[in-house]
Design a protein around this ligand. Sequence first.
Ligand code: FAD
Length: 439
Amino acid sequence: MSSQPGGQPVAQPFNWARNVVFGGKELRSPSSVAELQEIVRASDRVRALGSAHSFNRIADTTGVLVSTSSLPPVVEVVPDGTAVRVAGGVRYGELAQQLWAAGYALRNLGSLPHISVAGACATGTHGSGNANQSLAASVTALDMVTADGGLARLERGSPDFAGAVVGLGSLGIVTTMELEIIPAFEVRQFVYEDLPFGRIVSHFDEIFSSGYSVSVFTDWRGDPGNNRVWQKQRIPEDSGDSPDDGTSGAGNGAAEWLGGRLADGPRHPVPGMAPDNATEQLGIPGPWQERLPHFRLEFTPSSGEELQTEYLLPRELAGAAIEALAPVGDRIAPVLQISEIRTVAADDLWLSMAYGRDSVALHFTWIQDDAAVTPIVAAIEAALASFAARPHWGKLFAVAPETVAGLYPRWDDVAALLPRYDPAGKFRNEFIDRFFPPG
Ligand SMILES: Cc1cc2nc3c(=O)[nH]c(=O)nc-3n(C[C@H](O)[C@H](O)[C@H](O)COP(=O)(O)OP(=O)(O)OC[C@H]3O[C@@H](n4cnc5c(N)ncnc54)[C@H](O)[C@@H]3O)c2cc1C
């Protein structure tokens, strides 16, 4: 794969985890929308690449891979202050810093600020919080370069919009998105550790309603094991614009909670790793964008050498699903770095993993050993088979396409949308063909 001279460094021929070598014949990095339009117009096969943080071949193409990182990094708050217009290739962390400086916030962020806005939205990326929807749910409009090299704008409420936002990169190359914003707020986070494993199920609702954004980390080893709660509280507690913005008061800096102890120093989500790349803890308040993610923008996120898998299922099934996975725990643990459990509020985006249902997300950060991880992923999928578990579009999974299709009520509508926007299959790749076979 060759790279285009000039501009910012182009994206690498590998994804972030280096488990995918992109197969495209060319890597381009346009510096203007007009140049991007010309590339799309002239290509038989083309695909957008965001920050390459997906773990599967969703971003791959046999044709021209187009990095969005050199397009003008537009960040403009609209005049009435309700939304920000942002270039698709801008990373959430950079957007967030500019919003904070201007007195604004997004409602939520994923665990890392390093991912591009359009790439994250394309796969239904989410953070945590009973009242917090997927990041894509805050999109109010998008502009994209379509298969013929033209420009299209879709706004919330228009017929195709809900099918296009979590679009898996297959309707066009998004140049800008408009995202809802709210007044800036501060967050503080506490970590509780050494909880008895059983409390995760028995106190699930108490745990996840105890903060604005809550994550449970576990290694599935049971007791004793690494069972932690990361609690992110919005300050002041009643500052929010949604009912769950405050806290139930549980945990919240008390020395003990649910049989666990307040951590006496900063922690990394992966047990044993130095906390340097983790966001500030110990209840110290700070800007929303420096507490809602687990990882700091200026450091490598997570462990840096890993694979990931995640499933979203109806939140009311959380306890039963965790109990169904517990017997697989002794097979999960040896190939796991850490698992994270989060909640995500329902949205109406057709391919969002949280479409139509308040969800629990069961995430696994694996060691970087595909051969060792693959059978365990299969075991997890078998254990979750009766829980309507939707795999994360950007992570590793093996659920059969027809099973995935049956989990999305608007699947056929998406299947109809793809050829309408991309009649010649220009944006298609092997990943998309598997789920939406060409007609
Ligand atoms: C360390 C780590 C932590 C993570 N944490 C979370 C988390 O907390 N929550 C979560 O839900 N996920 C998480 N993920 C997964 C990640 O958010 C998704 O894989 C996301 O899609 C990555 O965004 P990206 O910009 O890297 O997209 P890429 O991987 O580059 O692309 C993903 C898809 O988006 C498409 N795309 C990219 N840009 C555009 C564009 N401009 N127009 C149209 N389509 C486009 C691509 O074609 C591809 O289909 C994590 C991943 C890593 C590596």
